[in-house]
Write a new protein. Structure first.
Ligand SMILES: [Zn+2]
Length: 376
């Protein structure tokens, strides 16, 4: 294993943070996977899964069972876990800018096109290796004036030339679910089976460029732009399978779960040819994928005590009572119903909330939303 440190831009004299990446297995076989934990820094389950992966990957490497490079970023957001306000961690938003750590990853299409267009006009083939070289160069040239920008550039640089990118997150309280690009479903289906995913949310443009889309969607977008510029069809494969894995809720942190999740991720890498010993048979699929635009959030119409009437993972019909908000001042209890037929996959972890809080999400089959599809 090779350990690499990536210094971030120092926000002020006398302080400096760094990103750590652990590189297992042979480099240059053409296969590379990146697994990163807790880009939203206070989503802790991923940190424990990464801890289990560390020893598992070291064991595989010692046995010579790795067929490609597996990069583990055991703690993807050293800025986030250093942010504390009144004894609470703030790991989702950068306090300096207010920006979400999992948004605004760079669009590498324009710069990569500038690099590739002359080569393709001169007759070169649009090979995966050539495109990856352009993506690496475009990424290295990104400006990074702030610590946050340098974190985003470093993370993207580690993952932009990978075949598989697994970004480990968690929700407030939730069943295990995945976010990925619609076009990648066939590649993600085995992962959904292995992890026992209860919901898979698909979109090709979720809005504000989250990390997984920056890695995967750059391929079809680049093909489209090169086709436009060259005036002839340029086809590129979906060379990067990227997925956001929501490891249940923030309190689902225990060794048995984390070890099983780490094992499922290793099995998926084996399925994709990065590790010896691919599983002969995959578990049953626990859900059908649904559009992210069909996931309907429920917001609290007033503040109060939150009482859930159904358990997470329940399959709901539209109009079924789901949650009650009790106002202790006037004694009014408002019952909110499921807005759609679908799976109740995530909910708020606090039990007293102010008005306007997003308190639950139900994954329906019909795409009914548009614009920015992710939570803030
Ligand atoms: Zn997250």
């Amino acid at each position: 294993m090779i350990e690499r440190k990536h210094p971030l831009v120092s926000p002020s004299p006398g302080t400096r943070r760094e990103l750590l990446s652990l590189h297992y297995g042979p480099v240059g076989t053409g296969l590379k996977a990146v697994i990163q934990a807790s880009l939203h820094a206070d989503e802790v389950p991923g940190l424990l899964v990464a801890h289990h992966l560390r020893s598992r990957l070291a064991g595989l490497e010692a046995r010579g069972a790795l067929r490609g490079e597996v990069v583990l970023v055991p703690f993807a957001n050293p800025i986030g876990l250093s942010q504390r306000v009144l004894q609470a961690y703030e790991g989702r938003f950068d306090l300096a800018s207010g920006e979400n750590f999992n948004r605004h990853y760079a669009d590498l299409v324009p710069r990569s096109c500038e690099l590739l267009e002359p080569q393709l006009r001169a007759g070169a083939e649009a090979s995966v290796a050539r495109v990856r070289a352009a993506l690496r160069e475009a990424c290295a040239a990104l400006p990074a004036a702030t610590e946050l920008e340098s974190l985003r550039r470093s993370l993207l640089a580690l993952a932009i030339d990978a075949d598989v990118v697994l970004d480990l997150h968690s929700d407030n309280e939730a069943v295990l679910h995945l976010y990925t690009a619609t076009q990648l479903w066939a590649d993600i289906e085995p992962l959904a089976r292995l992890m026992g995913s209860r919901t898979v949310l698909m979109a090709d443009r979720s809005g504000d460029e989250p990390f997984d889309e920056a890695c995967s969607m750059v391929w079809p977008r680049l093909a489209e732009e090169l086709t436009k510029r060259l005036g002839r069809p340029v086809t590129l494969p979906h060379a990067c399978v990227a997925v956001t894995v929501e490891l249940r809720g923030e309190h689902d942190v225990d060794h048995a779960l984390a070890a099983a999740d780490a094992e499922a991720l290793v099995q998926y890498l084996a399925w994709r040819g990065l590790v010896d010993g691919a599983p002969e048979r995959l578990p049953e699929l626990a859900c059908e994928p649904t559009p992210l635009a069909g996931s309907i959030p429920i917001d609290a119409p007033h503040g109060g005590v939150l009482v859930f009437l159904r358990e997470l993972g329940a399959t709901l019909c539209r109009g079924e009572p789901l949650v009650e908000i009790v106002n202790p001042m006037d004694g009014v209890a408002t019952v909110l119903a499921s807005p759609t037929d679908g799976v109740f996959y995530a909910r708020e972890s606090r039990r007293f909330v102010p008005a306007g809080t997003r308190i639950a999400k139900v994954a329906g089959r019909e795409a009914v939303r548009s614009g920015k599809l992710l939570s803030d």
